[in-house]
Ligand binder design. Structure first.
Ligand SMILES: Cc1cc2nc3c(=O)[nH]c(=O)nc-3n(C[C@H](O)[C@H](O)[C@H](O)COP(=O)(O)O)c2cc1C
Length: 382
């Protein structure tokens, strides 16, 4: 058991040959700020500040394995020398000042590609310069609005699988510590898994085992190209929130299949597969999926979604509901989320960047005073 001075969230976790110092993961977040797939100074600033935040792992935004695999024209890619050099520059600069393990999330937008930047109309098709879309079956993500995708041919499947492998090699060369495969949110691999987006009549459609065939083929070839001692996770949509779509029961089966193929962890997100979805949002609303997958499929999990306080993380980890907690939006509001939350719960062992140490002791003192004042008034709860 962890003592109050060393809460569950600050217990290290070993995955493969990598040891994460704590259980906080910075979730992948698209920034729509790349140029021709190349990371820019924005990424240096954005990822740079996150890398100083004390989290256990930083996952870089969904990175496209080919240019037509981008969601928008400003997505990050890793598919040629220019995109590789741009990413290597950012990674090298961050590494100079941070020891935080860094993951890449490789993905392909599938039918959700060729759209506008989030702040110019999320999911809406480009006005000009659109590119052809591929997915498991022909579909329009927004009925009557989105561009139509075409069903992947075997040649498309070979090309994209090989693109995943090429990006994996680039990522290994660049020195990433961890590779996350994006199998969620209606993107290409997810479009095969969900019965809502896969109407194929060949061996890649029909039963869940058939629908998993192509995502598993990609996973296995990537696993073989990725250093064996380094972790691989798979992000899935554990619930489509639509009648007839993926359910948490299916998620357990999906996790078993990726575990058998060599996955180290399953990152349990949900939804964004169909606009018919009716998700039930709430505090830690996707954690029950991570819990079921972890305890029924017997594989480590990442919980994500509306986890916003250190106490949420502590309770999830201590109760054995997940092995890691990924936190997205709170990190945009406060890149130093882990440092602030640790001070709030009175945990002082965490290392701050040496340049910021003067702020650490002041913050801890101020919060200690607030706790003492609250306790004196009988309103303190910790
Ligand atoms: C701006 C933004 C960009 C995102 N981009 C990605 C992404 O690239 N890949 C991904 O799997 N999820 C992406 N997500 C989803 C987050 O990783 C996360 O699952 C979701 O925001 C829920 O976590 P939160 O409640 O802590 O924000 C994005 C979310 C936001 C807010």
């Amino acid at each position: 058991m962890n003592s109050p001075r060393s809460p569950s969230l600050f217990s290290p976790l070993q995955v493969g040959a990598l040891t994460l110092p704590n259980r906080i993961v910075i979730a992948p977040m698209c920034q729509y700020s790349a140029e021709d797939g190349c990371m820019t100074d924005w990424h240096l600033i954005h990822l740079g500040q996150l890398a100083l935040s004390g989290a256990g792992l930083l996952i870089i935004e969904a990175t496209a394995v080919e240019a037509i695999g981008r969601i928008t024209p400003k997505d990050v890619g890793l598919y040629d020398d220019a995109t590789e050099a741009a990413m290597a520059r950012v990674l090298k600069a961050i590494r100079r000042h941070s020891r935080m393990p860094i993951a890449i999330q490789l993905g392909h937008a599938g039918a959700k590609g060729s759209t506008r930047l989030a702040w110019e109309g999320i999911d809406r098709p480009l006005d000009a310069g659109n590119w052809p879309l591929v997915s498991a079956s022909p579909q329009q993500y927004l009925d009557g609005v989105s561009d139509w995708s075409h069903a992947m041919t075997r040649a498309d499947m070979d090309r994209v699988r090989d693109d995943f492998v090429r990006s994996t090699r680039f990522a290994a060369e660049a020195g990433f510590d961890w590779l996350g495969l994006h199998g969620a949110h209606g993107h290409l691999l997810s479009s095969f898994i969900s019965p809502l987006t896969n109407q194929r009549t060949d061996e890649f459609g029909g039963t869940l085992a058939n629908r998993l065939r192509y995502p598993l083929e990609v996973f296995k070839t990537v696993r073989a190209a990725w250093p064996q001692h380094l972790p691989m996770s798979v992000r899935i949509s554990a619930h489509d929130w639509v009648e007839g779509g993926i359910t948490p029961d299916d998620a357990v089966e999906i996790a078993r299949a990726f575990k058998a193929a060599g996955a180290d962890l399953i990152d349990c997100s949900s939804g964004q597969v169909s606009k018919q979805e009716q998700p039930v949002f709430g505090r830690m609303f996707q954690t029950p999926f991570a819990d079921r997958v972890r305890n029924e499929a017997g594989i480590a999990t990442i919980a994500v979604g509306a986890i916003s306080e250190a106490d949420h993380v502590n309770s999830i980890i201590a109760a054995g509901r997940a092995d890691l907690c990924a936190i997205a939006r709170p990190h945009l509001a406060n890149p130093a989320w882990t440092l602030l939350e640790s001070a709030k719960i009175g945990y002082t062992e965490i290392e701050w960047p040496k340049q910021y140490r003067a702020a650490k002791s002041q913050l801890e003192r101020n919060l200690e005073r607030e706790r003492a004042a609250a306790a004196a008034q009988g309103t303190g709860d910790r």
